[in-house]
Structure formats: C-alpha cells, structure tokens
Design a binder for this molecule. Sequence first.
Ligand code: ARG
Length: 207
Amino acid sequence: MCGAVVIGSRTLLTAAHCVTTYISDPSILRVTVGTSYRLSGGKSYDLKRIVIHESYTSATLENDIALLVTRSDMSFSKSVKAINIASKNFNLPNGTEALVSGFGTVSYEGSPSDVLLAAKVNIVPKESCKRSYLGIASIADGMVCASANNPPRDACQGDSGGPLVTKNVLIGIVSWGEKCANPVYPGVYTRVSEYESWIVSRVNTYG
Ligand code: ARG
C-alpha cells in the first residue's frame, strides 16, 4: 500500500497519509523488509505503534510524516539496514541528485511494479516548485521538491512513504504530486531535515 524506510532496529518512517486510517489499530499493518519483490520474499514484522505527526494536515499534506514501531527487532543483514536521517543543518543545494525508490505505479493510474524500482531525480528550487503549483497547492517549509526530465522520472501512486536518498542519507519521504512525471509538476517530499528533532524525540519515547 505504501513505502517506508528503516531508521532503526524497531523503527521506520513513512508518510502520515499512508497510515491515518490505521492509527487506532496498528496490528492491521505490517512492514516487509529485505526483498526487491512486491509480493514475495523478505521478512514481515507486525506493528506495535503508529505515531503520526501531531500537526499533520490532510488538506494540505503538511507534516506528512509518521513513525512506525515494530513489535520485535528487525534483523539487519546485507539487504536490511537503517539509513541515517538528514539533520537540521543538512546542506541540500538545488540540483542535488537523489534517488527515490518504491513499488508504486509505473505511470499515473497505471499498475504497481512487482519489482523495486528507483529513479534518479534532482532537487528543484523551492521558488520554481511554488510557481509550478501556484493556485493548486502550497509548498510548505517542511516539503522539498524533486523532478527529472528526458526521460521524465518521478515517484507515483504507491510510492508514498518511501525514501528519497542522497549520499546514503534520507532527505525526503514520498508525499504527493500532480499526476506523475509531469514535466510541469515536480514530486513533493516531506523534508526530513525539518523533522529531525520530532523523529529523535518520538524514537526516544516510543522506539
Ligand atoms: N500520494 C502518493 C502515494 O500515496 C504519492 C504520489 C507521489 N507523486 C508524485 N508525482 N511524485 O503513493
């Protein structure tokens, strides 16, 4: 249904909009790690807790971040490990190349991918992203935009909650966009560096 990203042996991050309907019963959800196939392999873990950002707003998708806590420790291996999160002062210049990955649809309203796919995208200047979405949606401080052209590359439906990574650091969480790989509309991600203290404090409390 969504992606997530491992940040500790019992903790993952995802998008708040992925998990709002399950908040009262985390046991409905599980996370699967350590496979590149959407429907097979890897290991699944039950969830003990879902912590949604207190200021998550569904209408604007502001603060679209949630912490997932598994019931047991995930075992780390060559294919399962935790990523470092970008800290408050992480330098993320416009144009920086980053990798987004997931099992989401391969085109807008298309089918999800059965194998894990990844796309190289570049960080889009905030002002130009705001201009792109003018009159449609607003780009908050806690968001970062990325896109790629020739050929167009982007995250799409089902990729939400998954990672945007640069230099082995988690900089974004797939959040939203207008259609997919539309040259006019960048993908919009939760800007992880803005949430460093939220993440650290929730991991310390619930992780
Ligand atoms: N909201 C979508 C999801 O739930 C992610 C959309 C990302 N769209 C984009 N064009 N980057 O999976």
